[in-house]
Design a protein around this ligand. Sequence first.
Ligand SMILES: C[S@@+](CC[C@H](N)C(=O)[O-])C[C@H]1O[C@@H](n2cnc3c(N)ncnc32)[C@H](O)[C@@H]1O
Length: 221
Amino acid sequence: MDFNYAHNDTSRPERPSRTGCVNKLTVAGEAVQNIRRSAFARSIPVSSDETLQFICMQAAAVGAKNILEVGTAVGASGIALLQTCPSARLTTIEKNEELFGEAVQNFQSAGLSSRVTALCGDAAEVMSTLGGGYDFIFLDGPKVQYVKWLPRLKELLARGGLLAADDVLLYGWVNGEEQPPKKRRMLVEHVREYLNAVTSDDGLITYIADVGDGIALSVKK
Ligand SMILES: C[S@@+](CC[C@H](N)C(=O)[O-])C[C@H]1O[C@@H](n2cnc3c(N)ncnc32)[C@H](O)[C@@H]1O
């Protein structure tokens, strides 16, 4: 499978964060760990321990009931979010049909299918059909599209809801810690545009957390 949709270089560890060594993954059970191990072994991109722990903690903090995820992969983060927030429902979008099929099976095996609306397709198209009112959005799809999708994501986010966009520091390329390879410069520019947009938006309160490979947290006022 080719996952070269953005910065998929799973041969390379994430940008080391200062908190990764002390943060423990407590929210994910054996099922999630097995799914993640199997995904890593096949170079399917899935969230790191630290990222998973952080987003689940954030979803619990807002008391998430209606979660949207962009980028299901094989369902690891979706399952962890649902296990953390027992009264939540999850709508999750995945473009890759093979991964989507595996995710649907994983939701079923975890006994969570009744709380999941799994949608296969391009997130831009799928999001145009959704009703909104999401109190937690995990944006974990193609980074190059984040800024383009932001207006729609804001519409879908409930007032007081939290938008968590993953991988916004991209190996230190975005904040200039490291030089991006030439072929990733455009991607880095798009992610910077996303960060500029969310940090200068009067309708959002944003904090860029140095967690995993960087997570932009934006609350809708
Ligand atoms: C980083 S992975 C998601 C990992 C997952 N959230 C987890 O932590 O377990 C990103 C996913 O976004 C999917 N994707 C890429 N472009 C997409 C698009 N335009 N619409 C929907 N999904 C897309 C990829 O196929 C990939 O599975």
